[in-house]
Ligand binder design. Structure first.
Ligand code: PLP
Length: 347
């Protein structure tokens, strides 16, 4: 019998549920490139409303959401300000530089959350010798910051400084709905002061593909042009957009289960010898932890876990690992993962 893999490497591991697949199979479709796909249009309207923005645009990936946002708010030679742990800084192929021609000022925040004073510290003067500071990117929740949530006060602190200097603000909300479910704060409250924001459908929401970017009507019209230029315009995309509609209607509240499972996973792991982890830092569905630096490396532990049917990522350093809970991870899976880790560290 082949054992089912308990895949905690990322919340991208989710597979569409049978109900989601049914919604996809039954989706009404049209030519998305011409704006005629009713399911895509419905998804865009839902996300615009969710984020309190005038309009929204369905895109093939979250990476393209971030990329197009940079194109909306900047010109080549400008500088964007983000945290050094930001996804856009580390995991998007250097697209901001390669495609949008941007310089990047990376801040050292606390678990990816930086202050207005830190932003003020890197804003350039008016000299033509310097790049022009133009955009601040806030990632909420903060993936590499262990799923940390930006509080409204922390957002406000950055917004005050950004606005005082005429900077634009963009929220990478790949996991914004995790922040919403963790805090009870509406998504539109988190994004109220942003010029653009987006949510990913292919993370904890369980869709196979896609992200939705939102902003002003005018910006979204321009974004549609960039989408086309980048080759992101599609045809009968209602088939995949239907998964997003389904997820927003049925799979948001249940993110709370992922958070509870992440907390249980963290508590279980923290009790094991050689694992350094404070469960109190787990706010959403991401659990980073460190291994005793005198023991086996993260890669070695990951390999040993995999042979026991559990996949946890060796990520963020030689002795650092990341586990992410999601739609396809049950409480029993969490217990089994802790048991597998217990067996591995005992060796
Ligand atoms: C996954 C992720 C992205 C990129 O989204 P894709 O849909 O994988 O392209 C961007 N930002 C954050 C915070 C992410 O977690």
């Amino acid at each position: 019998m082949t054992q089912r893999l308990i895949d905690l490497r990322s919340d991208t591991a989710t597979r569409p549920t049978p109900e989601m697949r049914r919604a996809m199979a039954e989706a009404e479709v049209g030519d998305e490139q011409l704006g005629e796909d009713p399911t895509v249009n419905r998804l865009q309207a839902m996300v615009a409303e969710l984020l309190g923005m005038e309009a929204a645009l369905y895109l093939p990936s979250g990476t393209m959401c971030n990329l197009i946002a940079t194109k909306l708010h900047t010109r080549p030679g400008d500088e964007i300000i983000l945290d050094r742990l930001a996804n856009q800084y580390n995991y998007e192929g250097g697209g901001a530089a390669a495609v949008s021609g941007l310089s990047i000022a990376a801040l050292s925040g606390e678990r990816g959350i930086f202050s207005g004073a830190q932003v003020a510290g890197v804003i350039r003067g008016p000299s033509p010798h310097s790049p022009r500071s133009r955009l601040v990117v806030i990632e909420n929740t903060m993936n590499a910051g262990g799923g940390a949530v930006w509080s409204l006060a922390a957002i406000d602190d950055v917004v005050q400084v950004a606005r005082a200097h005429g900077l634009k603000l963009h929220m990478d909300g790949a996991r914004l709905l995790n922040a919403v479910v963790a805090t009870g704060i509406p998504a539109a409250t988190f994004t109220a002061q942003m010029d653009s924001a987006w949510i990913d459908l292919s993370k904890g929401l369980g869709c196979p593909v896609g992200g939705v970017l939102a902003g002003t009507q005018e910006d979204m019209e321009l974004a549609r042009r960039y989408k086309h230029q980048l080759g992101g315009a599609m045809r009968q995309a209602g088939i995949i957009a239907a998964a997003g509609v389904y997820a927003l209607e049925h799979l948001v509240e249940r993110l709370a289960e992922d958070h509870a499972n992440a907390r249980l996973l963290a508590e279980g792991l923290a009790e094991l010898p050689g694992i350094l982890l404070d469960p109190a830092t787990i706010e959403t569905n991401i659990v980073f932890f460190d291994l005793d630096p005198t023991g086996p490396t993260a890669a070695e532990v990951a390999a040993a876990l995999l042979s026991r049917g559990v996949r946890i990522g060796a990520i963020g350093g030689r002795h650092r690992m990341r586990a992410v809970t999601h739609l396809d991870i049950s409480l029993a899976d969490v217990e089994q993962a802790v048991a597998a880790m217990r067996a591995v560290v005992a060796h």
